[in-house]
Design a protein around this ligand. Structure first.
Ligand SMILES: Nc1ncnc2c1ncn2[C@@H]1O[C@H](COP(=O)(O)OP(=O)(O)OP(=O)(O)O)[C@@H](O)[C@H]1O
Ligand SMILES: Nc1ncnc2c1ncn2[C@@H]1O[C@H](COP(=O)(O)OP(=O)(O)OP(=O)(O)O)[C@@H](O)[C@H]1O
Ligand SMILES: [Mg+2]
Ligand SMILES: [Mg+2]
Lengths: 266, 266
């Protein structure tokens, strides 16, 4: 089977959706059969790719409520090698509707267990650690953490890793945190250099511990701040389709290459 | 009584916490007795001001669970005219602990109803529309919406206003959306100009409707992107204490002035 990656950070606005779209499209361009899953009730991943499901179109909401529905029946083809399982804002209701279901945290894992259409599945998560994010953590084989090199964003990483550790202990023992993606990176600021140093020290010190992030590294390259990345969603496109010669496209394609190399060695 | 403002946007990372701290500190500097309430389980408002409550210190969590506890017993003095009701990450438990309480959405409103220590109360909210944010909407007399002039952020504003409309209909009929605060603003980009134009057109078209945002305007000035604003939290200070001559301090002080003028005319 392929890789299932949860793209997670409860800190808001750090580049989760932007990374899911553009890393995903980069992997697809390099020949990797890729599926993106929108697990955020804001439905920003779907919006970013210009997909607004009609009232009777199936979405990820249906996958979570109907355990017999295969993911490939809900997936929409975006471009060669790239599919999307879209969301609608009704996804927000799942938190309450599944509140009493004993398997509420493993529904997505159950759905994806039977599908082997894709080499890589990337799951975009909301900025919280509730039922939807726990579904992603149960379904995933690994976690990528997009992060901005700012003080507040760094503080949250510790809490996030703690939560992932708890999930490992209960529903998904083999889950690993494999990579941190630096987003909106401003290499020339002192703040960015200091935060990156703090982060590297933290990851180094975990090498010898028995924690899900012992092999975690900062993926390269850092994604530089580039206004083209913020323009692409208004055209319903990934950065590679919108402006293939931009710094944003360059960085995300190089990141996709780095990820594939890591997976080949893994 | 004074003004109670909910600082809300379910889109993550748009400047909610940064605005609550720096607008609040600006109002305090201009002589307004101000209280900031941290209603985000990330506890970033508290962290931004260098407050890490000890295990037995009361926090906003205690206010929500014990309806007889006055807010002033939990508030911590930050500087003259500026108090903080801090949060701890245990606040995340409130969503489940109050799940069956009939008054779970009006607990904060009940607590604040009896306190008249402050001229202005600003409530920092998490990037979601759950129990904590609904508590802020019930307690508030008005809403400020921090926003980045990006496509994805603009899409969410419609959904946010719809939710506020629902709250108005049920628990808080007099709630008004009075202002949009443009954050991390990059005046020179085409994207920012287009989004600001779309936003202004949307607000203009609402003038004649019977909606809670009919009098809403874009507050001035826009807050320019300024790395000093991202540095200040690592020193536990507002921008005014950290770097009073920075563009960030200038913008937020001018914003505080604009808000006081709006309130004097209101
Ligand atoms: N490298 C970049 N350069 C410039 N803008 C960027 C970059 N990455 C993301 N953005 C913009 O920053 C904003 C936040 O990014 P994004 O929405 O991907 O974050 P998120 O973590 O998914 O947010 P949320 O927590 O709301 O889900 C978006 O408007 C996006 O277009
Ligand atoms: N005008 C600005 N210029 C530069 N950086 C800024 C500015 N405003 C906020 N920031 C930084 O951008 C990041 C996001 O801001 P902030 O944390 O205030 O957003 P938020 O909406 O409260 O996020 P969340 O949704 O996670 O609560 C922070 O690291 C903050 O320091
Ligand atoms: Mg997102
Ligand atoms: Mg915040």
């Amino acid at each position: 089977a392929g890789r299932t990656v949860a793209v997670i950070n409860q800190k808001g606005g750090v580049g989760k959706t932007t990374t899911t779209v553009n890393l995903g499209a980069g992997l697809a361009a390099l020949g990797c059969r890729t599926c993106l899953i929108d697990l955020d009730p804001q439905a920003h991943l779907s919006l970013h790719l210009g997909i607004r499901p009609a009232a009777d179109d199936p979405t990820v909401y249906d996958l979570l409520l109907d355990q017999d529905l295969p993911a490939q029946e809900v997936a929409v083809r975006i471009e060669p090698n790239l599919d999307l399982v879209p969301a609608e804002t009704d996804l927000a209701a799942v938190e309450t509707e599944l509140a009493t279901a004993p398997d509420r945290h493993t529904r997505l894992a159950h759905t994806l267990a039977n599908s082997n259409m894709w080499d890589a599945v990337l799951i975009d998560c909301p900025p919280s650690l509730g039922t939807l994010t726990l579904n992603a953590l149960s379904a995933a084989s690994e976690v990528f953490v997009p992060m901005q090199a700012h003080f507040l964003a760094l503080q949250g990483v510790g809490k996030l890793l703690e939560t992932i550790g708890l999930v490992c202990g209960s529903v998904n023992p083999s889950l690993q945190v494999s990579g941190i993606v630096l987003c909106m990176h401003e290499t020339q600021t002192t703040l960015a250099r200091e935060v990156v140093q703090d982060l590297s020290d933290f990851l180094e010190s975990a090498r010898s511990q028995d924690v899900p992030w012992r092999d975690c590294r900062v993926l390269t390259p850092a994604i530089r701040r580039n206004i083209k990345l913020a323009e692409a969603p208004s055209f319903g496109q990934s950065i590679h389709a919108y402006d293939p010669t931009s710094r944003g496209a360059e960085d995300y394609l190089a990141l996709a290459q780095d990820v594939l190399t890591m997976w080949d060695q893994g």
